[in-house]
Design a protein around this ligand. Structure first.
Ligand code: 6PG
Length: 252
């Protein structure tokens, strides 16, 4: 498993620029190697930081038609709800680039609007299994779990990643690929999330963290490897890279 690497950027703008370049380079590499690129998004501020991808030169150079887009976690609510990670990503990013609709794998529309978190998680896992059969997602020979090319992650001030929160049992799930939570400490309470083995089976994981609020948790992870914080468990098969701005790195 890859060692954690950390890069601190002077500003959020530079972090955003580097994230776009990192994503574009991996997109080119994987499309050349296997004809497609699987990208997993999270919610939160990350989508804002992806803004550089919808600007030149990336907007024109990326082969968007070869992208397949997933969510590492999603809030269980209607697609139109302001809480929806799908809505956030569509409005801020995906609607601005020509990725075919069929390659965007959102939470089930009906069951999400209905608020059924358990069923939404089961359906999302089924969707991943169908894509394994269709050879869009391989199963890693090393981990035995689905292998995505790149995940773009964020961390909350409490050290959570995806919807794996401190002192909640979801972090220990090893059987399921996708699980659910109905009492998330960060609102809204109902969510679905990739499990830790699936998150760590990704080839490349980029964790992007900005601002002062998560700085203490960043220090707990970087200096003390405090495993009570879910993000401290992040790994990857090839590269586990953490991009921080100055404020997020201020307690290091
Ligand atoms: O649904 C969510 O809330 C996100 O997917 C979540 O996992 C996010 O990545 C972190 O909470 C960081 O969020 P912020 O960038 O908003 O702090």
């Amino acid at each position: 498993m890859a060692q954690r690497k950390m890069i601190v950027f002077p500003t959020k703008n530079e972090l955003s620029q580097a994230m776009a370049e990192y994503t574009a380079n991996l997109s080119a590499k994987f499309i050349k190697e296997k004809g497609l690129f699987t990208v997993v998004l999270s919610g939160g501020d990350l989508i804002d930081w992806l803004c550089k991808l919808v600007q030149p030169p990336y907007i024109d150079s990326i082969e968007w038609s070869k992208w397949h887009v997933f969510w590492v976690d999603e809030r269980v609510c209607a697609w139109e709800d302001p809480d929806s990670n799908y809505k956030l990503a569509m409005e801020g990013f995906l609607s601005k680039v020509p990725i075919p609709d069929k390659n965007i794998y959102a939470i089930d529309k009906h069951w999400a609007a209905d608020g059924n978190a358990e069923h939404c998680a089961a359906l999302y896992e089924e969707c991943l299994k169908d894509l394994v059969k269709e050879k869009i997602i391989p199963i890693s020979k090393k981990t035995g779990y689905p292998e995505f090319d790149l995940q773009l992650l964020g961390m909350g001030p409490d050290g959570h990643m995806a919807s794996l929160f401190p002192n909640h049992p979801q972090i220990n799930e090893k059987q399921k690929w996708v699980t659910h939570i109905t009492d998330s400490p960060k609102p809204p309470p109902k969510r679905i999330t990739f499990t830790l083995p699936v998150i760590n089976s990704s080839l490349y994981n980029l964790m992007a963290i900005c601002d002062k609020a998560p700085a203490k948790s960043v220090a707990e992870i970087m200096k003390r490897n405090n495993l009570s914080l879910p993000s401290a468990h992040l790994s990857a098969q090839v590269e586990n890279v953490w991009y921080l701005d100055q404020a997020a790195a201020s307690e290091l």
